[in-house]
Design a protein. Structure first.
Length: 425
């Protein structure tokens, strides 16, 4: 997806992703054998890859600096709403025999159609237009979406970034270089940590978890719906606070709350199951409450910010490649944890919650030590946060703030950026 996004724009990737997912949904709904189902799922996977790569970039580039975090998080709102809706559809269609499963798979085409048609009518981002040489068109669009002609400073940042982007022919090779090391580490760690919170396991296997805790079949589905609603609503907490409090406070506080919830759940289940007893109704409800609080914390921290932070930190010349790495890591760890979860659950039993609590502890410490605040920094001036960070400034090459090693293109003045950064933070 990255070469398409870079060469043809964010809109094109969104449309391609929508078309692939639309065809995949149709094949799944009409499947007459396993091969059709597999092909349909593969096409849906391609669609998800294109969409997850392009949409966060689109939101980050179109949003004003002071609203970038909140607007970018609408991606997570849509995702959580989709998860909740899918759970409800699956619950309803399983009552329809023998073709309910076809209806469930086919209904995925409705939001996909909306995304595809929407992609046709939305404008391209100014950053992408400038990167591809349409400077005048990019300037006009920037003035339109900002609602003012006073965009000289922001547009000049885009021009500088666009010139450097043109000089880089192989972004995947360049992103491995030392001057992009902080961004690359975040592109790998943020999506990996997001999945290692254990959230997908809880959401995907919620019915099984709740049944094992003594709930009936329908009650377990209601419990799954409850966690879906909590996840969707909690994202709005993050939207309301992310551009005022910043990314780091939400990630750290959310991590602490998730650790506490996982440990409490492990203690409750450990005490009861350690005595070979079934959970009473009161104990089962308490576990559901604790897990809902866990989902709440994830929904206003690692859920949305696991996508927001990587989408806003990369310079234009490697932005598409960086976001592709983020998506690939996210999907890889989703697959690994999904495949390993049942084995881990059988081996660890209630200790599975301590397993994820350990990972959340690691990622919270990682944020404290290695993730600088990105609140209020223009997207094309993000390089300053690494230059001023206690650790990353030791990693970056000394001349990165003066000249690009590849093209000799002058970068933005470091003193001006330092002033802007200090004012924003």
């Amino acid at each position: 997806a990255a070469p398409v996004t870079r060469k043809y724009g964010r809109r094109t990737s969104i449309i391609i992703g929508g078309i692939n997912f639309l065809i995949g949904s149709a094949l799944n709904a009409a499947a007459v054998d396993l091969e059709m189902l597999i092909i349909g799922r593969v096409l849906q996977g391609v669609g998800i890859g294109f969409g997850n790569q392009a949409i966060p970039l689109y939101l980050s580039e179109m949003a004003p600096t002071h609203f970038r975090g909140a607007l970018n998080m609408m991606f997570q709102v849509a995702t959580t709403f989709g998860i909740f809706t899918a759970n409800m559809i699956n619950y309803g269609t399983q009552q329809i025999q023998p073709w309910g499963w076809r209806l469930a798979l086919g209904l995925a085409a409705i939001p996909t159609l909306l995304m595809t048609v929407g992609g046709i009518f939305i404008p391209e981002t100014p950053n992408s237009l400038v990167e591809r040489g349409s400077k005048e068109q990019g300037r006009k669009l920037l003035e339109k979406i900002r609602g003012t002609n006073e965009v000289d400073a922001e547009f000049q940042d885009m021009l500088d970034a666009g010139e450097l982007a043109k000089s880089i022919k192989h972004p995947y090779w360049n992103i491995l270089k030392r001057r992009y090391r902080p961004e690359l580490v975040m592109a790998i760690c943020m999506p990996a940590f997001q999945i290692l919170t254990g959230i997908n396991s809880i959401l995907f296997y919620a019915p099984m978890l709740f049944q094992s805790m003594g709930f009936g079949r329908e009650a377990s589905l209601y419990s799954s719906a409850l966690t879906g609603v909590v996840l969707a609503l909690s994202t709005f907490i993050s939207i309301a606070t992310v551009d005022r409090l910043g990314r780091r406070p939400l990630l750290i506080s959310g991590g602490i709350q998730m650790i506490i919830c996982q440990v409490i759940a492990a203690i409750i289940l450990g005490v009861k199951f350690g005595e070979n007893q079934e959970l009473s109704k009161s104990y089962s409800i308490s576990v559901v409450v604790v897990l809902s609080l866990f989902v709440l914390a994830f929904g206003w921290s690692w859920g949305p910010l696991g996508w927001t932070v990587p989408s806003e930190i990369f310079p234009l010349e490697v932005r598409s490649a960086g976001q592709s790495i983020t998506v690939a890591v996210n999907l890889l760890f989703t697959f690994i944890i999904a495949q390993a979860f049942l084995s881990l659950l059988c081996s660890f039993k209630y200790g599975i919650f301590l397993f994820f609590a350990g990972w959340i502890t690691i990622m919270t410490i990682f944020v404290v030590l290695f993730l600088p605040e990105t609140k209020g920094i223009p997207i094309e001036e993000m390089s300053i946060i690494w230059r001023k960070h206690w650790f990353w400034k030791r990693i970056l090459p000394d001349d990165a703030d003066r000249k690009s090693q590849d093209s000799g293109t002058e970068l933005i003045n470091l003193d001006m950026l330092s002033t802007a950064y200090e004012h924003a933070v």
